[in-house]
Write a protein that binds this ligand. Structure first.
Ligand SMILES: NC(=O)C1=CN([C@@H]2O[C@H](COP(=O)(O)OP(=O)(O)OC[C@H]3O[C@@H](n4cnc5c(N)ncnc54)[C@H](OP(=O)(O)O)[C@@H]3O)[C@@H](O)[C@H]2O)C=CC1
Ligand SMILES: O=C1O[C@H](COP(=O)(O)O)[C@@H](O)[C@H](O)[C@H]1O
Length: 498
């Protein structure tokens, strides 16, 4: 059941001295507090290093100032934070944590509601879930929920193993697997655009749509995450979760109701319809890349293989492009192209829906530049929608010209959209699991991605590095579309401002 606003809750953050807690979690909880969405709450931060409550609260205040640039009510806010120095493998430490939790529960009247937020390296996820149960932290009168960060496993087998361990302590409906793309405003908007518009709903199928392109490009490199990224690559880091989640939302059938269960079940059906590939077909449908040295935002940047904690002969992909076919009645024959990479020319996530040409175009003779209709969903950095149409060129002759109808979220609502983590944290407190990934989605995504990684991990890519940093990726990614008679719509030309 989804609770009303102002849930009372004790949040236990495992990994409270880490990067995610500092950059995303403390600022998100602060914004919820400032918006008065929570007032009866306490946070226990858990990590190995020794800190007093005062030192921890000082860290929280510094994070608020750095990442929100605000400090109103920050002392009062930080007074809700407590710290427990803890090694995740020590049972004794969980017993002390239980004592702290019980005391805060009664002090703040939190009704026994507990969110366990795992913001630590994934190898600890299973142990923490088991320990919080064994040491009685989950024996509570209120709800108990586990919010779990990515990556959820490294393959289908490892995800299955992790899931079994978690499920010894939490039911599936108590597990909130984070995919932060599902917290993004315009990703959540996909369903509304599709299902609330008479203009699009009837056209959303293979009769009218030529292809759909989903691009998520980053200018950042691998930064300090070389050790993790070497075992992950762009396929596991971005495709298994964010990219396939966006495809599922674009491809799913309308749910019969807007409930968590109905939406999830339609997403699962869409993922089940992904056309499987044989080993021989993988490189026909998918292209991998790795960045070489280049220039990004006027700065010279090194090649991936010389980044910190990266093998100088690394076979890890930092770029993936792929063609997904969804073998069901609605999408037969319509390619869904996806593309994601690090150190590309632009930071941008966009979806382009390309409609088919009309059967007979009266303007072919007079106008060479007639374009297909496009619906562009701008996920980030700008948020909005653009519809590209053809209209009459002003003047005497009957000639057509492309025109754009644009809606920008920010300029229309005059609001800063809430950060994804703020929305997801609040949803987990309220028991709304709609924008978290169900185990069935995770399992299907891993099975699909495993079929690609099995081939890539067993064949060294001799062309690596095959794209220069600061570009739009390797040439074979363009050829993937050209062989179907398509091309990638250039994301920079589709900006809302243009
Ligand atoms: N950072 C980000 O932007 C994102 C992170 N994530 C995910 O979030 C999770 C955390 O990432 P991030 O914050 O970057 O990681 P960090 O390495 O910055 O933080 C790890 C945290 O774990 C604690 N820790 C490590 N070992 C132990 C132990 N044995 N017992 C108790 N605490 C321990 C560390 O504290 P101490 O050293 O004091 O013990 C620290 O608080 C990962 O799963 C990551 O994949 C997902 C998306 C984005
Ligand atoms: O999950 C991840 O996402 C980020 C990209 O997120 P965005 O919101 O900035 O688009 C990516 O940099 C990171 O490697 C990956 O783990």
């Amino acid at each position: 059941m989804i609770e009303e606003n102002q849930p009372s809750v004790l949040i236990m953050i495992f990994g409270a001295t880490g990067d995610l807690a500092k950059r995303k979690l403390f600022p998100s909880i602060y914004r919820l507090f400032q918006k008065e969405k929570i007032n009866k709450f306490a946070v226990v931060g858990v990590a190995r290093r020794e800190l007093s409550n005062d030192e921890f609260q000082a860290n929280v205040k510094e994070s608020i100032l750095t990442f929100t640039k605000e400090q109103e009510n920050v002392d009062e806010f930080a007074s809700h934070f407590y710290y427990h120095s803890h090694d995740v493998s020590s049972s004794e430490s969980y017993i002390q944590l239980k004592d702290i939790a019980d005391r805060l529960d009664s002090h703040y009247q939190l009704e026994g509601n507990r969110v366990f937020y795992l913001a630590m390296a994934p190898e600890f996820f299973g142990t923490i879930a088991e320990q919080v149960k064994e040491q009685g932290l989950t024996d509570t009168n209120g709800y108990k929920r586990l919010v779990i960060e990515k990556p959820f496993g490294h393959s289908f087998e490892s995800a299955l193993e992790l899931n079994k361990r978690i499920r010894t302590a939490f039911e599936e409906d108590e597990v909130y697997r984070i995919d932060h793309y599902l917290g993004k405003e315009m990703v959540q908007n996909i369903e509304v655009i599709r299902f609330a518009n008479a203009l699009f709903e009837p056209l959303w199928n293979s009769r009218y749509i030529s292809n759909i392109q989903v691009t998520s490009s980053e200018t950042l490199g691998v930064e300090e995450r070389g050790r993790y990224y070497e075992t992950s690559g762009a396929l596991r880091d971005m495709v298994q979760n964010h990219m396939l989640q966006m495809v599922a939302l674009l491809a799913m059938e309308p749910p019969i109701r807007l409930t968590t269960e109905e939406i999830r079940s339609e997403k699962v059906r869409a993922l089940r319809s992904l056309r499987p590939m044989t080993k021989e077909e993988v490189n026909q449908y998918f292209v991998r890349g790795q960045y070489g040295a280049g220039t990004v935002n006027q700065e010279n940047v090194p090649e991936y293989r010389t980044e910190h904690n990266v093998d100088p002969e690394s076979n890890t992909e930092t770029f993936v492009a792929g063609k997904l076919m969804i073998d069901n009645f609605r999408w037969a024959g319509v390619p869904f192209y996806i593309r994601t990479g690090k150190r590309m020319d632009i930071k941008s996530t966009k979806i382009v829906v390309q409609f088919k040409d009309i059967p007979m175009n009266l303007y072919y003779n007079t106008e060479e530049t007639l374009q297909p209709n496009l619906l562009v969903i701008h996920i980030q950095p700008e948020e909005g929608i653009t519809l590209l149409l053809n209209a009459k060129k002003t003047g005497g002759d009957v000639k057509s010209t492309p025109v754009q109808l644009s809606y920008s979220n920010k300029s229309t609502d005059q609001l800063n959209t809430p950060e994804a983590y703020e929305k997801l944290l609040f949803a987990s407190m309220r028991g709304d699991a709609t924008n978290f990934t169900h185990w069935d989605e995770v399992a299907l995504s891993w099975k699909f991605v495993d079929s690609i990684s099995e081939v890539w991990e067993n064949t060294k890519e001799s062309s690596f590095p095959n794209y220069e940093a600061g570009t739009s990726g390797p040439r074979p990614a363009d050829e993937l579309l050209e062989s179907d008679g398509h091309f990638w719509w250039p994301v920079e030309n589709l900006d809302l401002e243009n």
